[in-house]
Structure formats: structure tokens, C-alpha cells
Design a protein around this ligand. Structure first.
Ligand code: PPS
Ligand code: MG
Length: 178
């Protein structure tokens, strides 16, 4: 096991169905194979485990995002690479994350709407189109696009492997990885 004096956080933001979880899993696998300690903090999973009835109001999302920021901060300062896959739709909250965590790579995980609708692994876009759910991020819910992310990936044009390589390359450029 290689130990890093300080970890860092890879923050994957983007609308539902853009490919955040897929990239998180691929990155975790690669970084573990390289010998690093890695933890994945996936918004969807944390919600189901800790507060399944929280919902998706602005207040709920902000509170939940702040809890995840705190978790990532603790891991980062203890030499772990924290991979966060979280819609985190609000720019101000992501800027707060950047400030709190310090060693931070913001990755905008993008895919065009038609691709997300076609994938729709959980049937959420179908439900939103039928009016059965309201405020789906990336459909009729707010998503404030990152203005200066360290990395942008378009999952309709790149493979998860290519995306992961790009993120790891950026981590090296920033001096977070040797
Ligand atoms: S957030 O906005 O940061 O609190 O979102 P997050 O914790 O990442 O949770 C997103 C997952 O919740 C499911 N889901 C919804 N997402 C967005 N909007 C609405 N209305 C919604 N309802 C349910 C969905 O499975 C999201 O997972 P991903 O992986 O992003 O598709
Ligand atoms: Mg997901």
C-alpha cells in the first residue's frame, strides 16, 4: 500500500445519468491498483443509507452536500483519496467544498440530454417526462454548470477508462500524485 502524506478529493459533479457513478467506480479501481487508499462517497448511496426520505429540495440537497463535504475533508486530511460522485447542483456549495477541502479536483461529468434520456438506467427521465416526478436534475431541475472545473469529460464521446486516465493525469499535473 502506497501512502500519501495528504490525500485529495476528486469531486464528480453533473446531472442524473451523466456517468458520475461509473467514472467513480473506474477511478477507484485504477487508483487502488496503483496502491492508494481510496474511498468512494456516492450521493445516491449515502442518501439510501443515511436518510432515504430526505428528498430533493434546495435545502435538503445543500444539507446533504455539506455532510459529504465534511466526510471528504476528513478522508483527504488522512491520506485517503476521496472520490465524490454527487450531483451537487449548486455552484456556491461546490465552491464551499473547494475551500473547505483544499486539495480538490472538480470534474464536470457531462452528457447531452438526449443521451441521458436514452440511458435512463433508473427510469427517472421517463417518470419526469410523464410528470410523475418534479425537479429531476438535468431535466426540469436546476443544475448550475461549473465555470472553471479542473477537468471536463463528455461521457457520450469518451470511455470511462479514457475519462479516468484524464483525471489521473490532472492529479499528477496538480502535484497530488507523483
Ligand atoms: S444532490 O442533488 O447532490 O443532492 O444529488 P445526489 O445526492 O447525488 O443524488 C442523486 C440521485 O438521486 C436520485 N434522484 C434524483 N436526482 C436528481 N433529482 C431528482 N429529482 C431525483 N430523484 C431521485 C438519482 O438516482 C440520482 O442519482 P444519479 O446517479 O445522479 O442519477
Ligand atoms: Mg449515480
Amino acid at each position: 500500500m502506497k501512502s500519501l502524506e495528504q490525500g485529495f478529493t476528486i469531486w464528480l459533479t453533473g446531472p442524473s445519468g451523466a456517468g458520475k457513478t461509473t467514472l467513480a467506480v473506474r477511478l477507484a479501481k485504477k487508483l487502488r491498483e496503483m496502491g492508494y487508499r481510496v474511498e468512494v462517497l456516492d450521493g445516491d448511496t449515502i442518501r439510501k443509507t443515511l436518510y432515504p426520505n430526505l428528498g430533493f429540495s434546495k435545502e435538503a440537497r445543500e444539507m446533504h452536500n455539506r455532510i459529504v463535504i465534511h466526510m471528504a475533508k476528513l478522508l483527504t486530511r488522512n491520506g485517503v483519496i476521496a472520490i465524490v460522485s454527487l450531483i451537487s447542483p449548486y455552484r456556491a456549495v461546490r465552491e464551499f467544498a473547494r475551500k473547505e477541502i483544499g486539495r480538490f479536483i472538480e470534474v464536470y461529468v457531462y452528457a447531452p440530454l438526449e443521451v441521458r434520456i436514452q440511458r435512463d438506467p433508473k427510469g427517472l427521465y421517463k417518470k419526469a417526462m410523464r410528470g410523475e416526478i418534479k425537479g429531476l436534475t438535468g431535466y426540469d431541475g436546476v443544475y448550475e454548470e461549473p465555470e472553471n472545473p479542473e477537468v471536463v469529460v463528455d461521457s457520450s464521446k469518451m470511455t470511462p477508462e479514457e475519462e479516468a486516465e484524464l483525471v489521473i493525469q490532472r492529479a499528477r499535473e496538480l502535484g497530488y500524485l507523483p
